[in-house]
Design a protein around this ligand. Structure first.
Ligand SMILES: Cc1ncc(COP(=O)(O)O)c(C=O)c1O
Length: 375
């Protein structure tokens, strides 16, 4: 059997990794400024994480959600405390798309309505409702297009008010900072007004923090820069530092009903061990403070690269925009300078998502390499 060939590949084969570095099978060392789509949060193969997962695997790796699993409770408590979201309850699942799928379903259950407002250039995943609220017709099959979705431009509050006024909207879904779309984000005023409209009209506000959450923006969740309280928050990527895990944080004003949501694998013992280790390391190593510090340094140093038109994003969720397409630049960074970076829907934008443990010296390596490649 061959693989179903859906991924265009760079010809690099990583075989080991540590911290912000990855090595290929020829022992070439790469600086990882992409974290495998923003997944690596506390750093590759962090010793506490490896120990915790290995020990858990030796005890029990999995049992279903029909038994008591105290690790789920421990994860929920720690997540509530570190994120400041103690007035939410946690539903555990396996990926970002699954988290959004459940968030959207919950909004429809709660309101009895089905239309969703999403935003231009949004990316929310590949499952049925998640892909329908993703602004990319080429990845929506006709099956997905049966969902009722209205895409609006970011930061146009009048259009949001107009659509919500029609009375059939179940939820507004929005990324804390757009990832795949290219690092655009709502203004504080926009987020606050959307929240107000949702609250007044029985519409759930879903914050997709799958990419922008878990400390990546310098706050635990990116929406916390805007002082709002969404009804539902979704998370995945950095939550497990590479182990598949997702979560839906649901405001405690919504009450759970047995059987309304469910999954076989979500919240299994190994996933919880990974999730707990991530939170413990984030706290112990003060990674959110590190993100703020490194962001400040990056913001200053990047000004020394004259070809850059604009820097977008916050913390270690960054985009550097040029007035040319960056495809070739990314290839040169990988194959000549051994640095991983990412792309986005905006073809002129280099997406940078290093582990949250990256230091100023790694920023220097990146900026020096960028200057050499551009010269
Ligand atoms: C903002 C956002 N939401 C959802 C997803 C989907 O997550 P997953 O690939 O884990 O299903 C992604 C993935 O890139 C994302 O960036």
């Amino acid at each position: 059997m061959e693989l179903f060939d859906v991924y265009p590949l760079y010809n690099v084969t990583p075989v080991k990794a540590e911290g912000v570095y990855v090595w290929d099978e020829n022992d070439i060392k790469y600086l990882d400024f992409y974290g495998g789509h923003g997944v690596i949060s506390i750093g590759h193969t962090h010793p506490d994480y490896v120990k915790s997962l290995s020990e858990q695997l030796g005890k029990i790796g999995f049992y279903s959600n029909s038994i008591v699993n105290p690790l789920q409770q421990e994860l929920a408590h720690k997540l509530g405390k570190l994120s400041g979201c103690e007035n939410y309850n946690l539903f555990l699942c396996n990926s970002g798309a699954e988290a959004n799928e459940n968030a959207l379903k919950l909004a429809s259950f709660e309101t009895g309505k089905s239309r969703i407002i999403s935003f231009k250039n949004a990316f929310h995943g590949r499952t049925s409702a998640a892909v329908a609220v993703t602004d990319n017709p080429s990845i929506n099959a006709s099956l997905n297009l049966q969902q009722e979705v209205t895409f609006l431009p970011l930061n146009d509050i009048e259009l949001v008010i107009h659509e919500i006024g029609k009375g059939d909207v179940a939820a507004v879904i929005i990324e804390g900072i757009q990832g795949v779309g290219g690092l655009d984000e709502g203004t504080t005023e926009f987020f606050q007004e959307v929240q107000k409209e949702c609250n007044e009209n029985n519409v759930l506000l879903i914050l997709d923090e799958v990419q922008s959450g878990y400390g990546r923006s310098g706050e635990f969740f990116a929406f916390q820069h805007h002082h709002i309280q969404p009804d539902v928050i979704t998370t995945a990527k950095g939550m497990g530092n590479g182990f598949p895990i997702g979560g839906v944080l649901i405001s405690d004003k919504y009450k759970a009903k047995y059987g309304s949501l469910g999954t076989t694998f979500g919240g299994n013992h190994l996933a919880c061990a990974a999730g707990i280790a991530v939170l413990d390391v984030m706290e112990k190593e003060k990674l959110m403070e590190n993100v703020k510090e490194v962001f400040q340094y990056f913001s200053e140093e990047i000004k020394t690269v004259p070809q850059i038109k604009k820097v977008k994003g916050k913390g270690l969720m960054l985009g550097v925009e040029f007035d040319f397409e960056v495809g070739e630049l990314r290839k040169k960074l990988i194959f000549d300078k051994y640095i991983f970076t990412g792309g986005s829907n905006n073809k002129n934008l280099l997406r940078i998502l290093p582990p949250l443990s990256a230091k100023k010296e790694h920023v220097d390596l990146f900026i020096n390499a960028l200057k050499e490649v551009l010269s």
